[in-house]
Design a protein around this ligand. Structure first.
Ligand code: IPE
Ligand code: IPE
Ligand code: MG
Length: 246
């Protein structure tokens, strides 16, 4: 069942974040190598991007590679990096056709130079697209991001640019990779795992979580619609009572 028609266009989440998980298990189920699962995972990315663009959701952030994923076998890491380059080449038109701009968060300078080059080209080519901003989290870790922000702020304190009393939530926010994005409204994780795995730790403080057993290569627009419909039925109280927000 597709919940597209039931979605209230006036109450869309502004920022959807997805932990794209289950490529390896998808491949195993088909008797294929993990690499084949990652390859099919690109179909899920396309579904999520087009689905958000069609609905008019302004921000989509996709967890593509974590700081911890560097610890996977070298062959698998190489496969993922090569796939990143080939998908960027292949899907640039999809981004242009859907008026989507591409961005990244994470430790991008640790990626192979080929990947960095391809990313900057696509970012540059799509930078004036307005409908949807897709951010790929690559070599991204929430703890690393907070750490980096602490180091930058400490330098400013040391150089008397700011005083410790001036450190507030918005200052920390301004030092995160996501400084120019709203907090996450809806966090989706596929593959049945119910954990955060170091994704956007600061930004999910009041996000609604949606877990689905669907493996990432099988992810379709209808799964996105289901997540959004489900999200819209919840009451977000932000610490207040139900009566206060009515
Ligand atoms: C997600 O699928 C892709 C990445 C983490 C890069 P996995 O590769 O984690 O798939 P499973 O969890 O082993 O099934
Ligand atoms: C999280 O998935 C990272 C990405 C989806 C890129 P993992 O598969 O790496 O997470 P764990 O190891 O199951 O927590
Ligand atoms: Mg996984």
């Amino acid at each position: 069942m597709d919940f597209l028609e039931q979605i209230d266009r006036d109450k869309l989440p502004q920022h959807v974040a997805i932990i794209m998980d289950g490529n390896g298990r998808w491949a195993k189920k088909q008797g294929l190598l993990r690499a084949a699962g990652h390859k099919r995972g690109t179909a899920g990315v396309k579904q999520a991007v087009e689905g958000c663009a069609e609905l008019g959701i302004p921000f989509l952030t996709l967890y593509a590679f974590s700081t911890e994923n560097w610890n996977r076998p070298k062959k698998e890491v190489d496969t993922l990096m090569n796939l990143l380059v080939s998908s960027l080449k292949k899907e640039i038109l999809t981004l242009q056709d859907n008026d989507v701009s591409l961005h990244t968060i994470g430790n991008i300078n640790t990626l192979p130079s080929k990947a960095q080059k391809e990313l900057s080209e696509v970012i540059e080519k799509t930078k004036s697209n307005k409908r949807l901003r897709v951010t790929l989290a690559l070599s991204y870790g929430g703890r690393e991001e907070i750490l980096k922000s602490l180091q930058e702020i400490s330098v400013k304190v040391k150089n008397n640019i700011i005083s410790p009393a001036e450190i507030d939530e918005s200052l920390i926010n301004n030092h995160l990779y996501t400084h120019d994005m709203p907090d996450v409204d809806l966090l989706i994780r596929t593959s049945g795992e119910q954990r955060v795995s170091n994704f956007l730790l600061w930004q999910i403080a009041y996000a609604e979580f949606y877990f689905t057993p669907v493996l990432w290569p099988d992810f379709k627009k209808e799964h996105l619609h289901d997540a959004i419909y489900n999200y819209q039925k919840r009451e977000r109280r932000f610490g207040k009572t139900s009566e206060q927000i009515k």
